[in-house]
Write a new protein. Structure first.
Length: 320
């Protein structure tokens, strides 16, 4: 009997996956293993591997003696060593078309929360006070601001589309996308330095790669506008956390809104948990009943297709 191993998951159970895989005669093994030491014996005889946040590194992949696919619960695949999987001829699939609207909506929620000072004013009222909780100058109008979007994939495009309704000026940096495509969306394509220098709000929507890790660090934060806002719903390691904290504490940045961070969970003693100009969430921007259902169904079907010898879609490492 072919075996599908789920290395780790954040769902209450795997009933959705079982309903797809078990009627086809596949055995489903559920685990909560995230380190290579725990993963290697788990995946050694797996015919398919589905993973969420586990570190599927080179050693783990080389231990897979018979796996026909590695499936990531999600869009990003930075926790999977794609090069080693390619060398081992194991296709890696993701689910690139789920949670697009959820994350785009959450981005706008974060942007509006920072520009309209939603959180400070809510706590101000909760404390029995009335009137503005912050300086009048902190209350901004999106129509008067420039928003810089880094990454023009599915989510970045939806964020731009939503921002058009607020009449903000929108700049986009994505070297992989033709300038004409960006212009057609109503935004303006620019170089990274230009975006950072001109933007009142910078929102990250790019994958974590060798080129984008710590994209926002001391040097790049220094060229941003005084009092700019950083929004991150992509990957935590796109930002150097220590540099971000320093920029927030010194006033270089007026605010940050983060659904992701490096590391996760945010340590209990991190200033990001207590700074009044920071909004944090627990990597939950993708959450909705619809999105989670699509994610789980798609991941299970990728595994089922691989085990049945059917064509695979959404292969991200070039193995066919």
């Amino acid at each position: 009997m072919s075996k599908v191993v789920v290395t780790d998951f954040t769902f209450p159970d795997l009933s959705v996956e079982r309903a797809i895989l078990e009627p086809l005669g596949f055995e489903l093994i559920a685990a909560q293993a995230k380190t290579p030491e725990l993963l290697i014996p788990l995946v050694r005889d797996a015919d398919a591997v589905i993973t969420q946040f586990a570190s599927v590194n080179a050693d783990v992949i080389r231990a897979m003696t018979q796996s026909r696919v590695i499936v990531r619960y999600g869009i990003g695949v930075d926790n999977v060593d794609l090069q080693t999987a390619r060398e081992c001829k194991i296709p890696v699939c993701n689910v690139p078309d789920y949670c697009i609207d959820e994350v785009a909506d959450h981005t706008l929620a974060f942007i509006l929360a920072t520009t309209r000072q939603v959180v400070p004013n809510a706590f101000h009222n909760r404390d029995g006070k009335w009137g503005l909780a912050t300086a009048l100058s902190d209350m901004k109008t999106l129509k008067d601001l420039t928003v810089g979007i880094i990454g023009f994939g599915r989510i970045g495009r939806e964020v731009v589309d939503r921002l058009r309704g607020f009449k903000a000026r929108v700049l986009v940096y994505d070297p992989a996308v033709p300038a004409a495509d960006i212009e057609a969306s109503g935004a303006t394509g620019v170089a990274l330095d230009s975006l950072l220098q001109q933007s009142d709000i910078v929102s990250l929507h790019c994958p974590s790669t060798a080129e984008t890790k710590k994209l926002l660090r001391d040097e790049t934060l220094a060229i941003m506008k005084q009092g700019a806002v950083v929004v991150n719903l992509a990957r935590g390691d796109l930002i150097d956390t220590a540099a971000l904290v320093d920029a927030l504490q010194t006033g270089k940045l007026s605010a940050a809104a983060l659904d992701v961070c490096d590391p996760e969970p945010i340590p209990l003693d991190s200033p990001l948990r207590s700074l009044p100009n920071v909004i944090t969430a627990s990597h939950i921007a993708s959450a909705s009943v619809k999105a989670v259902a699509k994610l789980r169904n798609s991941a299970a079907k990728h595994a089922a297709n691989a085990l049945q010898g059917l064509p695979l879609t959404n292969v991200v490492n070039g193995v066919v």
